[in-house]
Design a protein around this ligand. Structure first.
Ligand code: FAD
Length: 152
């Protein structure tokens, strides 16, 4: 049986790291992505995370790393086997941001900040055709099943 063909357009609500990563994956698969965020800019919490030193992952061996997920280990293992700590680090580096392992084993971007990473990421997403709609708060669906937004 043929796998279902992907939709040609997808709306993503929320431009935090989760929404941006979804946008990147879909755009890479040839989908036209429109990303909506309630705030005047995307990635605000991510930027805040970078204030105290952005910890992107941990360098411990995978078997030990996966134990951190406790009872969720079985669910998370197949996900992190596809895109785990090593892949995340390579993904950051591919955006032109070097990483290093701190004395605790935690992995940080070179400057410890989120801003350079976010800037490079957004530029790459725009190049891939992702369209950003800020100040658009999703408010549910209308009677026709279309997305409803409040714009500020
Ligand atoms: C002080 C601090 C330090 C942190 N340090 C680290 C760290 O070192 N390492 C690390 O990995 N993580 C860290 N985090 C956690 C990290 O920031 C979050 O895990 C991450 O931002 C979650 O991403 P997300 O995309 O799930 O959600 P969010 O980043 O919260 O993004 C959700 C987005 O959805 C938008 N939104 C919500 N509702 C609507 C709506 N109805 N319509 C439209 N848009 C909407 C919001 O405006 C927001 O932009 C830190 C967090 C804080 C606060």
């Amino acid at each position: 049986m043929q796998p279902p063909s992907p939709p040609s357009r997808v709306a993503i609500i929320g431009g935090g790291p989760a929404g941006l990563m979804a946008a990147e994956t879909l755009a890479r698969g040839g989908v036209q992505v429109d990303l909506f965020d309630a705030m005047p800019s995307v990635g605000r919490k991510f930027l805040l995370a970078g204030r105290g030193g952005l910890n992107i992952t941990h360098a411990e061996p995978f078997a030990a790393f996966i134990k951190r997920y406790g009872s969720r280990e079985d669910v998370i293992t197949p996900l992190l086997s596809t895109f785990g700590p090593a892949e995340l680090r390579a993904w950051v580096e591919a955006l032109g941001v070097s990483t290093f392992v701190g004395s605790s084993g935690r992995v940080f971007p070179e400057e410890m900040k989120a801003a350079p990473l976010l800037r490079a990421w957004l530029a790459r997403l725009r190049e891939a055709g992702v369209r950003f709609h800020v100040r658009h708060r999703w408010a549910g669906w209308n009677v026709d099943g279309h997305l409803r937004f409040t714009t500020l």
